[in-house]
Design a binder for this molecule. Structure first.
Ligand SMILES: Nc1ncnc2c1ncn2[C@@H]1O[C@H](COP(=O)(O)OP(=O)(O)O)[C@@H](O)[C@H]1O
Ligand SMILES: O=C(CO)[C@@H](O)[C@H](O)COP(=O)(O)O
Length: 490
């Protein structure tokens, strides 16, 4: 039996699944936590990856592995392969003014036409501009810029800071790789052409960039950007690393992907399928045959991990909204779900605008959350629980509207991510979206997509694995919910 592994290095944790290459059946799993915060040292992801791999029984019997990861995070490396500063993550909003500045210099239409996206604080380019403006002491040291999954892929292959025991191959920056899906979240890459837009990179950091190329002389001009691999390409092989049981036969390392694109692979999403993921971020995305350019900036025209496009809307406030309200009510997630299901659609007029962490869609980086419609009658535990789920889902339903307005077809909606495990979320989603909702069997779909990519790199042919459905909820439109929410829109 040939085994392959997939990794989801996400915001809150690192998850590993080891599956049969032929069927996708899960054989072993592992996980490890990531630190809190929106500015994180990449070493903590590397530690978590090794811990999660060990928890999953190691890679000794695994033929190929691939890494899906949280998108957009800015990893800066110096010429010795050292991390220059903590990575600024996708949910760090300090670069909101830098984003506005870049858009005013280039124009929203131009950005959308050249890259598929209009920068907001989440995108890597805006973080580079923030560093240029606020930490100029770092700028001249930057020898390479990469993303979380690019850096972990490089580390897993045995590269890393000069002299580190767990980086036997040393700091060869020319070995950095990425894929289209993650590169398309930088705001200096064209989804349509599959090439970096080096003028936009230089505009952001104030230094010229160039693509990594083996054999380039040390000291060559330009900041190194990872080479963009195709969906079935491999980045190399797993290095001989302490704490990772490696086999006599080399373990191939796949290209890896942004987490949402990996989830689309893991679900086997096709045109007509819309995926709603409720993890730290809330995302709504679809696989599309055509690149999308939305100059309003609501829909990001990302690339997928299989050669197509992945129009996507992301919110900053998703599963953690439910965590916060459960904490406030002093209950666990099962009890929160029970409470919510005991309240009526619309929660008696209680509306939670869930901008706890600022918001990205709509672009309100400094916003805070607000509870509207509190009366003596509406202010109950049940209605608060329901308002939390409804508010979080209404923000995503606005996202779905934006995706469909661009002509992306919607035939089926699948719900994934940590909060899809809630007993209440799928049922309430059917009232808010007004569509049938499918929840696949609980599982790590980003990691599964990465594993599928690993199997693809191994055999050269895209595998098609069966997917088991746990819950199917028929459409149950309750227009009152979105009407109330819309009335409170900023
Ligand atoms: N049954 C549940 N109901 C609601 N939320 C849940 C449930 N189980 C887990 N979660 C939440 O899901 C989130 C983790 O989801 P995950 O998709 O792994 O996040 P990420 O990929 O962003 O790290 C956590 O905030 C966790 O509290
Ligand atoms: O910023 C985005 C998508 O544009 C987020 O979806 C990140 O990719 C983080 O994902 P999670 O860790 O929340 O799954």
């Amino acid at each position: 039996m040939t085994l392959v592994a997939g990794v989801d290095s996400s915001t809150q944790s690192c998850k590993v699944v080891i599956v049969e290459a032929a069927t996708g059946a899960v054989v072993r799993e592992g996980r490890a936590g990531h630190p809190d915060g929106t500015s994180v040292h990449p070493d903590s992801w590397w530690d978590a990856l090794r811990e999660a791999l060990a928890d999953a029984g190691g890679l000794a019997d695994v033929a190929a592995v691939s890494i899906g990861g949280q998108q957009h995070g800015m990893v800066l490396l110096d010429a010795e392969g050292r991390v220059i500063r903590d990575a600024l993550l996708w949910n760090d909003t300090r670069s909101a003014a830098a984003a506005a500045q870049l858009v005013s210099e280039v124009g929203a239409e131009q950005y959308a036409a050249r890259t598929g996206v209009v920068p907001v604080a989440s995108f890597t380019a805006t973080k580079l501009r923030w560093v240029r403006d606020h930490e100029p002491q770092h700028v001249e040291r930057v020898a390479a810029v990469c993303l979380p999954h690019d850096w972990l892929t490089w580390r897993l292959r045995g590269y890393g800071p000069a002299g580190a025991a767990d980086a036997p191959l040393g700091p060869d920056l020319e070995q950095l790789t990425t894929d289209r899906s993650d590169a398309s979240g930088t705001a200096y890459f064209s989804t349509a052409s599959g090439e970096y837009d080096l003028e936009l990179f230089e505009r952001a950091l104030g230094r010229p960039g160039r693509v990594a190329r083996s054999g380039t002389a040390v000291g060559s001009l330009g900041v190194v950007l990872p080479r963009v691999l195709g969906p079935a390409e491999s980045a190399g092989i797993v290095g001989e690393l302490p704490r990772i049981a490696t086999s006599a036969t080399p373990t191939i390392v796949g290209a890896g992907a942004g987490d949402n694109a990996a989830a689309a692979l893991g679900l086997g999403a096709e045109p007509g399928d819309v995926v709603v993921s409720i993890g730290t971020s809330g995302t709504v995305f679809a696989v599309s045959g055509h690149p999308v350019a939305d100059a309003s900036g609501t829909v990001a025209g990302f690339a997928d991990a299989a050669g197509a496009s992945l129009p996507l809307v992301a919110t900053l406030n998703a599963a953690r909204v439910l965590d916060a309200v459960a904490r406030l009510l002093g209950v666990d997630h099962d009890e929160l779900a029970r409470l919510a299901l005991d309240a009526e659609p619309g929660a008696g007029g209680l509306v939670l605008q869930p901008y706890f962490e600022g918001e990205r869609t709509p672009n309100l980086p400094d916003a805070t959350a607000t509870l509207f419609g509190m009366t003596l009658a509406s202010t109950t535990r049940e209605r608060l629980a329901r308002a939390a789920i409804e508010g979080m889902l209404c923000a995503l339903a606005d996202g779905l509207d934006a995706v469909t307005r661009l002509g992306v077809p919607v035939e089926r909606l699948s719900l994934i991510g940590g909060a899809a495990r809630s007993r209440a979320v799928a049922g309430i989603a059917a009232t808010v979206f007004g569509l049938p909702v499918t929840v696949p069997e609980p599982g790590e779909y980003v990691a599964r997509g990465a594993a599928l990519q690993a199997a693809w790199a191994l055999s050269g042919t895209r595998p098609h694995w069966d997917l088991a459905t746990a819950i199917e909820v028929p459409a149950d439109p309750q227009p009152i919910v979105r009407k109330q929410y819309a009335a409170r829109r900023p």
